[in-house]
Design a protein around this ligand. Structure first.
Ligand SMILES: [Zn+2]
Length: 454
């Protein structure tokens, strides 16, 4: 939002109004009758038996695979090359006859991933920085409504209902990076949501954030874990207690939440932490239920957990709901530890349980004025022509952005510096280096931020 010049140059009160207007406009599209129908549907399908869920999955997979074979150039060719036709898909297990799809293949396929001849509104976003590779994902309105319904189902598991007061502390640029004084938040009336900037949070202004939260008194929050951990540690270290009365839980996502994170947040705020795992491609949704178990939402997509030699499982997903850009057997590049398949969660849902999600713990850039700037992946994702990127902070004053341009393309260095400056402010020297590749960690992950000092 902050990249919008009208928003950027407006006073605080007008920014709140603009945020609300955007939400009203979105809400008209996304929260009308179609959304409520989908929410009713997913509220029912969460209670299907294992057999009923399998039948649902088979029907959805057959539908998306037939559609892809008929209308999506990439799959038409890939199926042909593999000698596969939709008629070969008789049981769920038959999906293994379809080759896996890597991020690189999807990236190279470009618009050939899109179904031909589809009409209606299109919504474009970028893949998250989980692997650092930025890729456009295009979705139809049905996919948006379904996603919204699944997100709300997760929030309902956390004790919320649509319309209640909500905290939003995620990657959105809510206020200018150069702002030095509170408020670092805006109220979005349309969504009844207090939107807080995660980019301005520091030990020094943590109290102001907590006070604003207590005054707003949300029922639940959607948050990245890292800023919540900073707030929680600050409270525990200073012996401050949270005085809000309505808080029931937080739903964290996008970064790995460790047991320690969970313990700290729960101790400071006195509420439960629910965690959800999903991706911009919308192929897999894993979330924690009231009993704290991670469930693979079987009515969202077909999630295959492929065992690896190290005892983890690779997550491979097939989307059910985006016919405009279907994802079939897509390798997400993340891993989970599966639970005993015989285990049944006391919540009564037949969705499979995973022990934990093995992801990446996101690091942050530390600014000279003490801010912890998380979610640099959002900045990287917005740089045009970028294949992969990484932010390195070798000293407290220096930041280097490594960029790998997409094949045959170049990255505009001045533009990249400007984007980084918008998030980091003026206190750091920022340079951009074009490189051929970015080294991976020992487990093959690409880290978005590497900080060379404590
Ligand atoms: Zn459960």
């Amino acid at each position: 939002m902050y990249s919008n010049p009208i928003y950027k140059n407006s006073p605080d009160w007008l920014q709140s109004t603009l945020l609300s207007l955007r939400s009203y406009a979105r809400g008209a599209l996304r929260e009308g009758a179609a959304f409520r129908r989908e929410l009713n549907d997913v509220q029912k399908t969460q209670w299907l038996s294992a057999n009923e869920l399998q039948a649902l999955q088979l029907a959805r997979v057959q539908k998306v695979v037939s559609h892809a074979a008929a209308h999506v150039p990439y799959y038409r060719d890939a199926f042909k090359a593999a000698g596969f036709t939709p008629a070969d898909l008789v049981t769920l297990d038959d999906i293994k006859k379809i080759p896996l799809l890597t991020k690189r293949q999807a990236f190279d396929a470009g618009d050939r991933m899109l179904a031909e001849g589809m009409v209606g509104p299109r919504f474009t976003n970028s893949t998250s920085g989980t692997t650092g590779m930025s890729m456009k994902v295009v979705r139809d309105l049905h996919s948006i409504n379904r996603e919204n319904a699944f997100n709300w189902r997760q929030s309902i598991w956390a004790g919320a209902q649509p319309g209640v007061k909500r905290l939003w502390l995620r990657g959105d640029a809510i206020v200018p990076a150069s702002d030095r004084a509170a408020p670092f938040w805006r109220f979005n009336k349309a969504d009844n949501t207090l939107m807080m900037s995660a980019y301005h949070l520091s030990e020094r202004n943590a109290d102001a954030y907590i006070k604003a939260l207590e005054e707003f008194d949300p029922v639940f929050g959607m948050a990245y874990p890292s800023p919540m951990v900073l707030l929680a540690r600050h409270m525990l270290n200073t012996g401050r207690t949270y005085r809000g009365k309505s808080l029931k839980g937080f739903v964290t996502s996008s970064e790995t939440v460790t047991d320690e994170h969970r313990r700290v947040i729960e101790a400071a705020f006195g509420c439960k932490v629910f965690d959800q795992y999903c991706s911009a491609e919308r192929v897999t949704f894993i979330g924690t239920c009231e009993h704290g178990n991670y469930h693979v939402n079987s009515d969202y997509g077909l999630t295959e957990l492929i065992p690896q030699p190290d005892g983890t499982c690779e997550v491979v997903g097939t989307s059910f709901d985006n016919m405009l850009m279907p994802w079939i057997r897509y390798r997400l590049g993340d891993a989970v530890v599966a639970a005993d398949p015989k285990y049944q969660c006391p919540c009564g849902r037949a969705f499979p349980v995973v022990e934990r999600i093995v992801g990446r713990v996101e690091d942050y850039v530390l600014t000279p004025d003490g801010r912890h700037v998380f979610m640099m992946s959002n900045m990287l994702d917005a740089i045009p022509n970028l294949l992969e990127g990484q932010v390195r902070q070798d000293t407290p004053e220096d930041v280097t952005i490594l960029v790998v341009p997409a094949p045959g393309k170049t990255v505009d260095v001045a533009d990249a510096v400007k984007r980084a400056r918008e998030q980091l402010g003026d206190g750091l020297r920022i340079k951009v280096e074009t490189v051929a590749s970015i080294p991976r960690t020992s487990n093959g992950k690409l880290r978005v931020v590497v900080r060379g000092f404590k």
